[in-house]
Design a protein around this ligand. Structure first.
Ligand SMILES: NC(=O)c1ccc[n+]([C@@H]2O[C@H](COP(=O)([O-])OP(=O)(O)OC[C@H]3O[C@@H](n4cnc5c(N)ncnc54)[C@H](OP(=O)(O)O)[C@@H]3O)[C@@H](O)[C@H]2O)c1
Length: 335
């Protein structure tokens, strides 16, 4: 297996976590890092045995195939464009950009340069979420009717606002299931936003994010055949449980007048009867590898080895669509 050589742009908290995560992604080699403050890049380099370059140009001239960009969102466009112009593939931290216009610019640069580019929305790559999406796409739970998803922490350092720092996680989760909404409404502020998304199919999604309150940080998907509960934390879930709903015919059937069947049809007992019949699936647990960042890195490695210019799991148009929804939420907050 050809090793994929990585460069790291930015030397903050998350770069450190990502480089640690890469150690659990076989076939990855981290070569060099750069950050605005050289001392910080030096510390990251020393901790992980990398080379800290003196300039961004030096990083971009280094023998690396892909650059992980983890600078603040205001710099994502500038740094992604610089990497692409230097012929490097890019894994760009969430939020992909400040708004949809910037996201489109980055995607268009990647497509013109014929270089791979992907948003580092790590929650989309962990095994539990991929399994949940597969199950929903297979149709075995019926049609998705509504979703609730949230991410929020008390006294979070949401420098760029709760919507950009935290809201993109539940929004990306919802987009992965239902796609782009037809209607968007929202209330909120810099620190807390509640948005309701409406779909042409009649489906709805309620998304909450907060930098001042510890929310449930999970997601619930109601499909016509089941309620699926994704356990917190939504940025890296490892389990979900499936609660099968009673088949409509059984619901509609009048309860027999006597005997055991009459007892088992009583609403308060039906859940236990369904469980006994195997209608309520057990909890699915699929642990993430290491600290969880390896999964997105493995996707990048696979794409680069296979010559793909975008990820099939999280294509660029989906990252753009999430930011279009962010823009519409911002618009709804102003009105
Ligand atoms: N996936 C996740 O779990 C996760 C979690 C948290 C954050 N994030 C995302 O990761 C990104 C970075 O977040 P963070 O918490 O790691 O931030 P951070 O700790 O503030 O680190 C940012 C790094 O970027 C450098 N930097 C800032 N502006 C720069 C510029 N103009 N040119 C070059 N380097 C610059 C900083 O250097 P200085 O020391 O000079 O400022 C620092 O090394 C953000 O997009 C954030 O949303 C992702």
């Amino acid at each position: 297996m050809r090793a994929i050589r990585w460069g790291i742009l930015g030397a903050g908290v998350i770069s450190d976590d990502f480089v640690t995560g890469l150690k659990s992604a076989p076939g990855s080699e981290v070569v060099a890092c750069w950050s605005r403050t050289q001392a910080r890049a030096g510390e990251l380099a020393a901790r992980h045995g990398l080379r800290a370059t003196a300039t961004l140009d030096e990083l971009l001239r280094a023998d690396v195939e892909v650059v992980y960009v983890a600078t603040p969102p205001q710099s994502h466009k500038e740094h992604a464009l610089a990497c692409l112009a230097a012929g490097k593939a890019v894994l760009l931290e969430k939020p992909f950009a400040m708004n949809a216009a910037e996201a489109r610019e980055i995607a268009s640069a990647a497509r013109s340069a014929k270089r791979f580019c992907m948003e580092a929305m790590w929650s989309r790559f962990v095994p539990a979420v991929r399994e949940l999406y597969l199950q929903l796409k297979s149709g075995r739970h019926g049609e998705v009717q509504s979703i609730e998803a949230s991410l929020g922490f008390a006294q979070s350092r949401a420098r760029d606002g709760a919507l950009l720092d935290l809201g993109v996680y539940p929004l990306s989760f919802v987009h992965g299931v239902l796609g782009a909404p037809r209607d968007v409404s929202a209330v909120g502020s810099h620190d807390e936003v509640s948005a309701v998304l409406g779909y042409a199919s009649g489906a709805q999604a309620a998304v909450r994010c907060s930098a001042r309150a510890l929310l449930r940080n999970d997601a619930i998907v109601w499909a016509s055949g089941a309620r699926l509960e994704v356990e917190q934390p939504l940025f890296r879930p490892e389990s979900f449980s499936t609660h099968a709903l009673a088949p409509p015919a059984a619901e509609a059937a009048p309860a027999p007048r006597g005997g055991l069947r009459a007892i088992t049809q009583r609403p308060e007992l039906r859940r236990w009867v369904q469980r006994a019949k195997g209608l309520t699936a057990p909890r699915v647990t699929l642990p993430a590898i290491g600290n969880g960042y390896a999964h997105e890195a493995l996707e990048v490695n696979d794409c680069l080895r296979g010559g793909a210019l975008e990820s099939g799991v999280l294509p660029l148009d989906e990252s753009i669509a999430v930011l279009e929804t962010v823009d519409r939420i911002r618009g709804a907050l102003k009105s």
